[in-house]
Every structure is written in structure tokens, then in C-alpha cells.
Design a binder for this molecule. Structure first.
Ligand code: PAF
Length: 281
């Protein structure tokens, strides 16, 4: 496995692959890899001749009050896991080389970013779109894999690829969960044992919503109340949002008559967690 640090070297390698006619699979990450990331890596590995994994904790998607400095990092372990998973290239640029000191161009998605996480994290999705666009231009992937846990991010990137004509196929990978149902996330490592025990309230809330939906409940407010009840039983959990939105447009839904994303964000003292499920009538 080759480790590439500089964006120019990454692009040179990618252009060589393109000239040789090789397909390139790509998994962008912020590191601190877990089984969820590895499932993305396995999907990408199976779909392309060359596989690039990036590890870059992107400063521009964190607000000043967020956890950029506290975001968990473990370079040696990430390197080992990428090697074992069969990556051909591990791209790990430095922020100073990714962003010119006077960088003044960014990618703004104006519609799907407005709600859900966009409310409490203004500027977050501009940071995500900009870094993903830059990574696509450096890695030149044929296929890129993103996780369904970040449902809003996935839909925004799908929209960016469509609207800006990036020549890349996007593949969505299902959420990978711990045995007790907690969706895998690098941020789980920051939870205290007490918070970790209570963090299962997100999955419990989604289970309760799915059961009510299966019994015929179609009213979004009623489903939201059911989810709220399940989360409020965890004393350390503070609800950021519980939303039911159209699975494509992310517009709020009143009655569930089309595929609907039920998305949650919950703050614990040490980490903010998200999870979701899609309800299909
Ligand atoms: O989902 C993530 O880990 C990040 O938002 C991404 C896509 C790697 C961009 O920094």
C-alpha cells in the first residue's frame, strides 16, 4: 500500500490510473476507522481495480465550537486497517496542503443542507461538499462509497455529483451497528461508559417508530412523539432533532405516503450522535 501525503502526488497517481484505463474505487474518511468504514472499503474493493482510502479530518466542516481538536485520531491503527483491507493507496494530506491560505472558492448546496443537521451545524455541509469535490478532483474515482448513517450528507453529495456532473458512480452502504444496535461512529469512542449505555436510545427510538409504522401509523407527529418518548428515557440524552422528511427532497412530511427518512440527532455531554431509518409505505 502506497501512502500519499501531497495532493499533487495524489492527482499524478490518479491520472496515471486513468491513462492505464484502470477503475478506481474511493472511500473518503476522517479516520479512526471502525467496522462501518471497513464495510465501505470492502464494497469499494469489490467494485474497482484500484482502491484509495483517504484519512483527512477536514477542518472546514467543523464550526469553531465543535469537536475538531477532540475528534478521535489513531494514525497507526488506520494505516494497519487500510493495509489489511487491501487498499492500494492511503491518501492522508495535511490541511495546509489541501487548502491554500487564501482559498476563496467553495461548493454550496442550497436546498438539502437547510434542515436537519444544517440547522445546528451551519456551514457544515459547505465544508463537506467542498472537501469531497476537492477529493474527487484529486483521486479521480470511478466509484465512491458513502455510508447511509450520514443520510443527509449522502443525499447532498448525490445532488452535488448530479448538479456539477462529476463523472463518478456513488454507492450507498448500509449502516453497521454494534450488537446492542448503536450505529458505528468514530464519535462513539468519546462517550463515557454511562453515556455509551444510554446511547442505545437512538436505535430504540427508531425501532419504536418502525413498529408503529408497521402497525399502520402514518402521522408524522405521532411517530415523532413515539421517538421522543424513547429518547427521553435516557437522562443524559438531549434531543437536537427528530424529523420525518421526504427521502429525496428532505422536505418535511405530514403524512407518510412516500419513502420517508426518519432522522435523529441527539447530544450527549461528550458527543453528538445521529441515526436514521427509511419508512417505505
Ligand atoms: O463522512 C465523513 O467522514 C466526512 O464528512 C467526509 C465525507 C470524509 C468528508 O470529510
Amino acid at each position: 500500500m502506497k501512502i500519499i501525503r501531497h495532493p499533487t502526488d495524489m492527482q499524478r497517481w490518479a491520472l496515471e490510473q486513468r491513462r492505464a484505463g484502470a477503475s478506481v474505487g474511493f472511500v473518503p474518511t476522517m479516520g479512526y476507522l471502525h467496522e462501518g468504514h471497513l464495510s465501505l472499503v470492502r464494497l469499494a474493493r469489490a467494485r474497482a481495480e484500484q482502491l484509495v482510502v483517504s484519512v483527512f479530518v477536514n477542518p472546514t466542516q467543523f464550526a469553531p465550537n465543535e469537536d475538531f481538536t477532540k475528534y478521535p485520531r489513531d494514525w497507526r491503527r488506520d494505516e494497519r486497517l487500510c493495509r489489511e483491507a487491501g487498499a492500494d493507496v492511503l491518501f492522508a494530506p495535511r490541511a495546509e496542503e489541501m487548502y491554500a491560505h487564501d482559498a476563496s472558492v467553495s461548493v454550496l448546496e442550497a436546498r438539502l443542507s437547510a434542515g436537519l443537521c444544517g440547522v445546528s451545524r451551519p456551514g457544515h455541509f459547505a465544508g463537506v461538499c467542498t472537501v469531497v469535490a476537492k477529493l474527487f478532483n484529486l483521486v479521480l474515482p470511478t466509484v465512491a462509497v458513502f455510508g447511509e448513517k450520514d443520510a443527509q450528507q449522502l443525499r447532498i453529495i448525490q445532488r452535488m455529483v448530479r448538479d456539477l456532473n462529476f463523472p463518478v458512480e456513488l454507492v450507498a452502504c448500509p449502516i453497521v451497528r454494534e450488537a446492542d444496535g448503536l450505529a458505528m461512529s468514530s464519535r462513539n469512542a468519546r462517550l463515557t461508559p454511562e453515556e455509551r449505555a444510554q446511547a442505545t436510545c437512538l436505535r430504540r427510538a427508531l425501532d419504536a417508530v418502525e413498529h408503529a409504522f408497521a402497525r399502520g401509523e402514518r402521522d408524522a407527529d405521532a411517530l415523532r412523539k413515539i421517538a421522543r418518548g424513547a429518547i427521553e428515557r435516557a437522562p443524559l440524552a438531549r434531543i437536537d432533532y427528530i424529523e420525518l422528511v421526504d427521502d429525496e427532497s428532505l422536505d418535511p412530511v405530514v403524512l407518510i405516503e412516500q419513502p420517508t427518512l426518519c432522522a435523529l440527532a441527539v447530544n450527549f455531554p461528550s458527543a453528538r450522535l445521529i441515526d436514521n431509518t427509511v419508512l417505505r409505505p
